[in-house]
Write a protein that binds this ligand. Sequence first.
Ligand SMILES: [Zn+2]
Length: 275
Amino acid sequence: MPELPEVETARSLIADEALNRLIVDVDDGDTFVCRPHSPGELRDALTGRTLTAAHRRGKAMWCETSGVGRSQVSGPDLGIHLGMGGRIVVTSQDGQAAEGGGPRRRDAQPRKAEWDRFTLNFADGGSLVLFDKRRLGRVRLNPDIDALGPDAATVTPAEFRTLITKGSIAVKARLLDQSRIAGVGNLLADEILWKAKVSPEAPTSSLQRKDADRLYRALGAALESAIAKGGVHTGDVIAARRPGGTCPRCGAEMRHGTVGGRSTWWCSREQPGRA
Ligand SMILES: [Zn+2]
């Protein structure tokens, strides 16, 4: 599932390839992905405009739009959420397609037209498509971004320390809470906790300042590496998240359980928690 690094590759693709291209038509016929909008509503709102900027907070992405024609009054924001496996495909004027949203699985089937859930067609003949086989992505105007906590890539050490130590729930559950800190999903959370040598089950109230600071540094390092390498699946501990897996740092057996409602793997030696 796309986490912050995957969404960032989609955002930067839009920023690099899709801005300032005139939108001449919109396929918004998928009423589930485009809910609550009715068919034609997104088309009417976006035709004649261009995308002018691409933003991201956590896993949420949105684009600013221009006025129509010579109007200086900008249009609505176009929110795009990749859901559980959506990808952005931007096609250039000469038909070259580029994808963003994380790596394609090795066993991925070729793109089928019916999995294109939303399309902006540009005047130059190119397009921007939300390709989403599982149909769990979402496209909507003026999405509510304020419900999200600060972005995991830009949160300050002081903000993070407060967010990660407040209350008394499992630290992994806190890392996954998008209203507290936006962008960390299941794999990234396991990677961060492993890097910082903190048990996923450790109560937030038990974390010392040094633990919080170690988690903050682990968050930064994990994000930087995943963005550079193309996704959270490249993390150091991810391949060990399997039965019989051993810690890539100390060689101890990996332990498995459900924490924060999610399948969780951690090092039995370096991340000791509840027995
Ligand atoms: Zn270990």
